[in-house]
Design a protein around this ligand. Sequence first.
Ligand code: NAP
Ligand code: HSE
Length: 434
Amino acid sequence: MKTIKLGLLGLGTVGGGTLKILQENADILSQRVPARFEVKRIAVRDLNKPRTVDTGGIALTDQPFTVVNDPEIDVVVELMGGTTLARELVLSAIDNGKHIVTANKALLAEHGEEVFAAAERKGVQVAYEAAVAGGIPIIKALREGLAANRIDWLAGIINGTGNYILTELKQPGADFATVLKNAQALGYAEADPTFDVEGIDAAHKLTILASLAFGIPLQFDKVYTEGISAISADDMRFAAMLGYEIKHLGLAKRTDAGVSLRVHPTLVPKSVLLAQVSGVMNAVMTHGDQVGPTLYYGPGAGAGPTASAVVADLVDVARTMDCKAHAQVPMLGLGNRQNLTVLGMDEVRCACYLRFLAKDVPGVLAKFSGVLAQAGISVEHMHQEPCDDESGDALVVLITDEVTEAAMNRAISKLESLDEIDGAVQRIRIETLN
Ligand code: NAP
Ligand code: HSE
């Protein structure tokens, strides 16, 4: 039986999980591919760090270029993270004729055009199922399973850490810092967890999903990005009272004018399946012109689920590495990609939830509705309750109808300039996903 030699860059959460699957499921894998995987070298940063997986017989090194330059290695599995050294290593490996399997969404979202072009020139594959939504085979679903469709939109909970935090914060007494620490201990978070909390990781993943769904180039810089750090306990309580869950969504929609790409906290009606996805679980909903809605659900982060996707990619590469390029699935789904206009956020239309602190005096609610009416915005629902302090202020929540972002921005500025409103207006966009 043929042996496929692997070089791993990284032996952390995902690298350790990958080595474990290769060891524990070696028999199953050899039934699925007419080859045997052999891990020859692994690069780590700290050679003295204790490892939880058996590395016997494998050369560990802190010199990652020795992995990508080893002429015996067929496939480089990049599980290090980052966009600088990882980019250099991946491009060198490609230049040396090696196939790549990676979980690095930041690398692909920011440098994917360069990486895929280099791979095409060299006739090698770059496989990246683990880069989006952990263990869910969403890349395969979009690129292959839905190939008959024009995708109209997709919406996903695509950051496990963020969804875990939003879920845990619903527990009485939970605080953000402790919940984030737990997510880090469970191996869910990025090396820099602000990538999770501020939506950057979800924006990286949305960049990849949108490229596959719409056949557009990878354009991370065009994704509007907001994280979950400004969501308060009051927002969660009001959302629940009004029949919604707050979810951090990545949204990519196609209209006649162009496509919109955005990542932000979103009020989703409780009756929608995405609203019921909790903890580290991810889910991606897509709408194809022929199939209609489809939903993909599974664990979005952590060693086992992510490594499951890495090893599935290894199986794919092993099955097709001897085929000519035309017999392989194109890495980004399309031979010729389209340059659809990416709309500015100002053009996006959404209904909104607004929350602010207001002076509790007669006539204020009419004044707020007046400001919104002048901006052409109707109020669908209004709620007011006294603050539980001595201020005499009231907490006001409004649900508006659908409006452009530009009009809502103007209305929020006017509201914030009123003497009757204290501080900033919180805005959370609403999506009904139908
Ligand atoms: P991690 O636990 O921090 O592991 C990173 C590994 O890379 C470690 O083994 C580290 O070595 C090694 N490394 C870092 N810099 C290095 C350098 N300069 N030279 C050699 N080795 C170096 O990270 P992870 O969570 O496994 O994530 C890895 C990648 O997978 C990232 O791109 C991440 O975005 C992606 N990903 C992660 C998850 C997840 O759930 N964690 C899910 C999907 C995708 P040491 O062990 O010696 O420190
Ligand atoms: N930090 C990422 C998350 C890892 O929490 O979703 C999976 O990509």
